[in-house]
Ligand binder design. Structure first.
Ligand code: PMP
Length: 282
């Protein structure tokens, strides 16, 4: 595997990261997962914009040259022969003697490497189960931070109870998102999802679904959903770069609709690739 480290391409075993890189001790960094379809990065500009946002909000002093980084990522994909798959990109605040305050002199550490991602066709065909899980995370979920302990605990819980995804709620009146996905419902023909604020990550796929809904004349509403609204929705679905769109057919033993993927999620999935060559959503 060829890895991008700062501006250089190196073999994986040559990619040496200092033990005091702040990603290690503090999870002090941000990241992106970018999907590659047919050798092209899907919605790369939008990922770059979100990365810039995460860096700014986390006050990581990194002068992001989007054009340069985009070229490097495309070259990385090429060097690794990635035709269908993905890229993981991480920027930490850098390496310094362990101490909580931001270090004065640290150069952000940039790494990127290819990911094996394939389409979740089985899950898309049959739909998946989800379980509700209290949102134990912090209040800046809009930053795509490396701190994912709350997310991975939720995901493991989901798997432990035989579900595919955990759907977070802050209280019963406030469903936020999934452990690694955005959550949507359909009620009376309207797609509803949490507003893009500090409680959720504004998923690139979420933005793409908003765009698809506009193209397909499906009403799209950003609103806070309750647990009851989710459980009694006509359809529930989740989205992410790796999941694309997946129907949730059961939430904590409660079948959603008739327990099969519904018409709107099916339409979104059918149209997913008709529009995917759009280069930027924002
Ligand atoms: N929410 C969370 C918490 C996530 O981890 C992810 C995936 N990284 C998403 C939403 C979906 O984001 P995207 O569509 O950009 O993959």
């Amino acid at each position: 595997m060829i890895v991008l480290m700062q501006n250089e391409f190196v073999e994986r075993d040559q990619c040496l990261i200092d033990i005091e890189d702040r990603a290690n001790q503090f999870g002090d960094g941000v990241y992106e997962v970018i999907r590659i379809y047919d050798g092209e990065c899907f919605l790369l500009d939008d990922h770059m914009k979100r990365l810039e946002y995460s860096l700014r909000e986390a006050q990581i002093d990194y002068n992001l040259d989007q054009h340069h980084l985009k070229d490097l990522l495309l070259e990385l994909a090429k060097k690794n022969g990635v035709h269908d798959g993905g890229i993981y990109l991480q920027i930490s605040r850098g390496s310094a003697t362990r101490s909580h305050p931001f270090p004065k002199e640290a150069t952000p550490t940039v790494i990127a490497y290819p990911l094996n991602i394939s389409r979740p066709l089985e899950a898309q065909k049959n739909g998946v189960k989800a379980t509700l899980y209290q949102d134990i995370r912090w209040l800046r979920c809009d930053i795509k931070s490396l701190n994912l302990l709350g997310n991975i605990m939720a995901k493991q819980h989901a798997l432990d109870v035989g579900a595919f995804e955990a759907i977070f709620y802050r209280d019963y009146n406030h469903v936020t998102e999934g452990s690694s996905t955005n959550v949507f419902i359909v009620k009376d023909g309207v797609i509803k999802t949490h507003p893009a604020n500090n409680y959720i990550l504004n998923g690139i796929t979420r933005l793409y679904i908003q765009y698809l809904a506009e193209q397909l004349n499906i009403p799209f509403e950003e609103t806070v959903l309750t647990v009851e609204e989710v459980k009694h929705a006509d359809e529930v679905f989740i989205s992410s770069t790796t999941s694309e769109v997946i129907s949730v057919v059961e939430v904590d033993e409660q079948p959603i609709g008739n327990g099969q993927p519904g018409p709107i999620v099916t339409q979104l999935l059918d149209e997913f690739f008709n529009y995917h060559r759009i280069t930027s959503l924002t």
